[in-house]
Design a protein around this ligand. Structure first.
Ligand SMILES: *[C@@H]1O[C@H](CO)[C@@H](O)[C@H](O)[C@H]1NC(C)=O
Ligand SMILES: *[C@@H]1O[C@H](CO)[C@@H](O)[C@H](O)[C@H]1NC(C)=O
Ligand SMILES: *[C@@H]1O[C@H](CO)[C@@H](O)[C@H](O)[C@H]1NC(C)=O
Length: 322
């Protein structure tokens, strides 16, 4: 249940009850001091149920929504703090309330490292475990043989290294002309430190040289086949993507592509929003908040009696939507 509320009328006392099947909310609007004495705390029933309606009054008064469950009352006496008012006596997720705005998404942090994802593809006649193990061992040997030339390409300002290859074997549908009934994909990354003092074009030139000298995708793979040749299987394809931010230091963020975004950054959702789908951050449901950027879940807001001096803050975080 929700009730849009703004302060507009100029009548001295506005006291009302709104009743629904689920929750009963009693709205009591009380004038401040001089009137409080004249009009003590009392309630009248609103004639209709303004389920999604507006209750408008103006003037100076203290207003309180009284919920029929302990510790769920919501005071609305903070100046300019009108908004959607709810009682959430069972502390349930109020998922039926749609998010009312898209907050600025994609808070970002600077990563310490960037990486280039690499996939080397081979074909073979078998996916035997023994074969896969020998491919893993062969690749690890090839990586260490090739590390020196990788380091030469990366130069003195970048410390480049390979991660261990992850090898998968499946039916060969993509490279059937090259023979072999099985396709073996070995994926690994080339890591390097990310320094903002080095320009993007510096990184992009290194990427170009790595591609040309280590994988030769422009001229096909024959030029560097010997670098990644594994006895008994055929090297058919190399995929060397782009410098991407390494975000393992920041949970629930994803790394930007240096060439596309012009910066390597780890992007995720800012405080009080959550990543549900796509490239969006949505606010937590009403009466929920997060305690940190890049949060994994929204948690229930504290009850009013715990708000203390932070009343305005909690109303803003938990109940207001711009
Ligand atoms: C894969 O296994 C076959 C037979 O089991 C063997 O002839 C071949 O050398 C193996 N290939 C590799 C790369 O280990
Ligand atoms: C990331 O999540 C893992 C697993 O939940 C946790 O152990 C680790 O401390 C988190 N790292 C950061 C930087 O929050
Ligand atoms: C997120 O919001 C909570 C609640 O107001 C606050 O305690 C915390 O410091 C905020 N964290 C960040 C990173 O802003």
């Amino acid at each position: 249940m929700k009730v849009g509320l703004s302060i507009e009328a100029n009548r001295p006392v506005m006291v009302s009850c709104i009743r629904s099947l689920v929750i009963c909310i009693i709205i009591c609007a009380l004038w401040t001091i001089p009137f409080l004495v004249a009009f003590p705390n009392s309630c009248i029933n609103l004639p209709n149920q303004p389920l999604h309606g507006k209750f408008t009054i103006t003037g100076q008064f203290i207003m309180r929504i009284k919920c029929l469950a302990p510790n769920t009352d919501l005071p609305m006496n903070a100046a300019g703090s009108g908004g959607v008012l709810i009682c959430d006596p069972n502390g349930k997720d109020l998922t039926e309330l749609p998010p009312l705005y898209d907050p600025p998404c994609l808070e970002y942090k600077k990563p310490k490292e960037v990486h280039i994802p690499v996939t080397l593809t081979y074909t073979s006649d078998t996916c035997d475990t023994a074969n896969i193990t020998s491919v893993e061992n062969a690749l690890s040997q090839l990586q260490s043989n090739n590390l020196k030339s990788l380091r030469t390409i990366c130069g003195t300002q970048l410390t480049c290294f390979y991660t261990t290859a992850d090898v998968e074997c499946a039916n060969n549908y993509n490279f059937i002309q090259q023979g072999g009934s099985k396709q073996i994909d070995a994926t690994f990354k080339i890591h390097a430190n990310y320094e903002q003092t080095l320009s993007n074009s510096f990184y992009l030139n290194v990427l170009k040289d790595i591609r040309k000298n280590m994988f030769a995708t422009d001229q096909g793979i024959s030029g560097t086949a010997q670098l990644w040749n594994i006895h008994g299987i055929q090297f058919v394809y190399a995929d060397i993507t782009a410098w991407t931010a390494s975000c393992s230091g920041f949970n629930r963020t994803s790394g930007s592509n240096l060439a596309i975004h012009g910066i390597a950054s780890c992007r995720g959702c800012p405080n009080h929003t959550l990543h549900y789908a796509g490239d969006r951050c949505d606010p937590c449901p009403f009466n929920h908040y997060t305690t940190t950027d890049f949060a994994s879940k929204c948690v229930l807001c504290p009850p009013e009696y715990k708000w203390g001096a932070s009343r305005e803050k909690w109303i803003k975080i938990c109940y207001e939507r711009p």
